[in-house]
Design a protein around this ligand. Structure first.
Ligand SMILES: Cc1cc2nc3c(=O)[nH]c(=O)nc-3n(C[C@H](O)[C@H](O)[C@H](O)COP(=O)(O)OP(=O)(O)OC[C@H]3O[C@@H](n4cnc5c(N)ncnc54)[C@H](O)[C@@H]3O)c2cc1C
Length: 519
């Protein structure tokens, strides 16, 4: 057993995955998390005494978790019950304009044909080929690689792969490229929405984000018991492999000695030493100095203008009528350009697009419980630290959101005591230094994808994992980043051992007044 402890700050998906992989390899791991539960954004809340997910709802890239569980000597199926969905999502623009996308591409093409004509159906099939091509070109050299840059990406793709790389139009913008496939503005709006999965406006996103559409086309699963079970499963498996997890334990700063990270100081003043620290919070917190001046330059600061989208969300327990909700339903704004223009200007959208997860529904389940569990999400600007929205602004956006849904037929009989709203300000409090941005830096333009830091920070001994780090946001991506952080810790230890240098500083930093050594 390697007794050189690694401290993981944050029990979000990235942090849990790092902890699991390291502990499975015999490393002593301590996870310290400020919240009372594992999962970070994959939170569970209680509304009207009923538990429900308040974060991610769409589980994709199952292979990421299969490979992870395999790597730690476990089987995904023994820990999580996943079921594939038939209807990827239901989309509505009005009472008479509805479109389902299916896991089966041919079925979706038929539905699009019936919705917008044969040309649209052909455009969709071409789009699918292109999105798949982008995904396949980038999976190995980008998603699975430690922090690529344009040169290393071209190098990894190799001479034979360069035509493929150029074919995916890496320098183009998403919105005009979508126009090549979809003349119908509703379809352009629908497929542009995938950019928001990375917290980016479809008008500013690079065309490569088409790969998100392919990821969803490749399979969406429901998780028995809710998405939060994924975090619980990772936490309990990490414990089984030997990791310790402490909740309700905020970290005030990361300690350094001799130019290396060497532990953490808890908010209560206790200091815990470690051979390496993995930070799973948003990297913006480092640059903002929230983890102490010593690690301020460990990652580049993130200017508010470069933040990804935030959200205004409602968890509800309420009866619904008038619209056949699917598990995932999207009610589209009737002015997509104005929606993102409002957000760019720091306003809540006057015409929001609302995503609704009906937790209790399957694909086409008309028989929902009398009061069903709902999560509604609208995009919002990440200004939670600068200018909290007034109650009037929040109430207006809520009314506009419900009006939008009513326009499509959905009536939600909501009661204030069975409604839990989360604002960008709340998200900023939960995920410090973000302003409520939920996906790290926005992917505005083709260079942005290369701006995310990799698993190794600029400070030796300090590693990074999570959705603000390469390869990007989303549950599977954060998991991949967690795997890369664990691999980097292990690789650096091995390298230090063979070179005879101490891999990690196990010597103590100078005691700080008020601090208590608890090593
Ligand atoms: C409403 C919503 C819907 C989403 N929908 C989807 C979806 O359908 N599918 C999908 O794949 N993704 C979705 N996402 C994105 C996805 O949830 C995230 O990308 C992913 O969960 C981020 O994981 P992470 O590793 O970055 O950790 P985070 O979830 O960011 O967690 C970081 C943890 O670090 C802790 N922490 C930070 N600072 C400190 C400190 N100083 N001391 C102690 N602890 C600290 C925090 O408390 C937190 O628990 C959604 C996100 C939200 C919010």
């Amino acid at each position: 057993m390697n007794t050189e402890r690694v401290i993981v700050v944050g029990a979000g998906i990235g942090g849990l995955v790092t902890a699991l992989e390291l502990s499975a390899q015999g490393v002593e791991v301590l996870v310290v998390e400020q919240a009372s539960q594992p999962g970070g954004k994959m939170r569970e809340v209680s509304v009207g005494g009923v538990a429900m997910d308040a974060g991610p709802t769409v589980f994709t890239m199952r292979w990421v978790f299969e490979e992870l569980f395999d790597a730690v000597g476990a089987q995904l199926a023994d820990h999580l019950n996943l079921a594939p969905v038939d209807v990827l999502a239901r989309h509505a623009w009005s009472e008479h304009e509805r479109l389902d996308l299916f896991a089966d591409v041919a079925r979706s093409a038929d539905a699009i044909g019936a919705f917008a004509g044969a040309q649209a159906s052909r455009g969709y099939l071409e789009f699918c080929v292109r999105a798949r091509g982008i995904y396949r070109t980038l999976e190995q050299p980008f998603l699975r690689s430690a922090r690529p840059n344009p040169v290393s990406l071209a190098h990894r793709v190799g001479l034979r792969g360069l035509p493929d790389l150029m074919r995916i139009a890496p320098f183009s913008r998403l919105w005009p490229e979508l126009g090549r496939h979809f003349a119908d503005p509703r379809l352009r709006q629908l497929f542009g929405r995938y950019a928001t999965y990375c917290g980016t406006s479809p008008f500013l996103a690079p065309a490569t984000l088409m790969l998100v559409a392919h990821v969803e086309q490749d399979g969406v699963w429901t998780v028995d018991g809710g998405m939060h079970r994924v975090a619980q499963a990772l936490a309990s498996l990490a414990r089984e492999r030997g990791a310790s997890l402490r909740f309700n334990t905020p970290i005030a700063s990361i300690l350094t000695r001799g130019g290396r990270a060497c532990g953490v100081r808890l908010a209560d003043g206790d200091e815990l030493l470690a051979s390496a620290v993995v930070f799973n919070g948003d990297v913006a917190a480092l640059g903002a100095g929230l983890l102490g001046d010593a690690v301020r330059s460990a990652a580049a600061p993130v200017a508010p203008a470069r933040r990804s989208l935030s959200a205004l969300t409602w968890n509800l327990l309420a009866p619904t009528r008038g619209f056949p909700l699917s598990r995932h339903t999207v009610f589209f704004s009737n002015d997509c350009a104005a929606e993102f223009d409002d957000i760019r200007r720091g306003r809540l959208p006057a015409s929001p697009t609302a995503y609704v997860c009906a937790h209790d529904r399957g694909d086409n389940d008309a028989a929902a419980p009398a009061a069903e569990r709902l999560l509604m999400i609208v995009n919002a600007p990440a200004t939670g630290d600068a200018r909290p929205f007034t109650p009037e602004e929040l109430t207006r956006c809520e009314a506009q959101t419900f009006t939008q849904m009513a326009r499509c037929g959905l009536q939600v009989d909501r009661r204030p005591e069975h409604t839990l709203m989360t604002t960008p300000q709340d998200f900023d409090r939960l995920f410090p230094a973000t302003g409520g941005a939920l996906y790290g830096q926005a992917s505005h333009g083709w260079v942005a994808s290369f701006n995310r830091p990799g698993a190794r920070s600029r400070l030796p001994g300090l590693y990074l994992a999570g959705g603000s780090v390469h390869p990007g946001p989303g549950v599977p991506m954060a998991a991949l980043s967690g795997r890369q952080a664990a691999a980097s810790v292990i690789a650096d230890r091995a390298r230090a051992r063979t070179s005879g240098r101490p891999s990690t500083s196990s010597s103590r930093p100078a005691a700080t007044p008020g601090g208590t050594w608890t090593r």
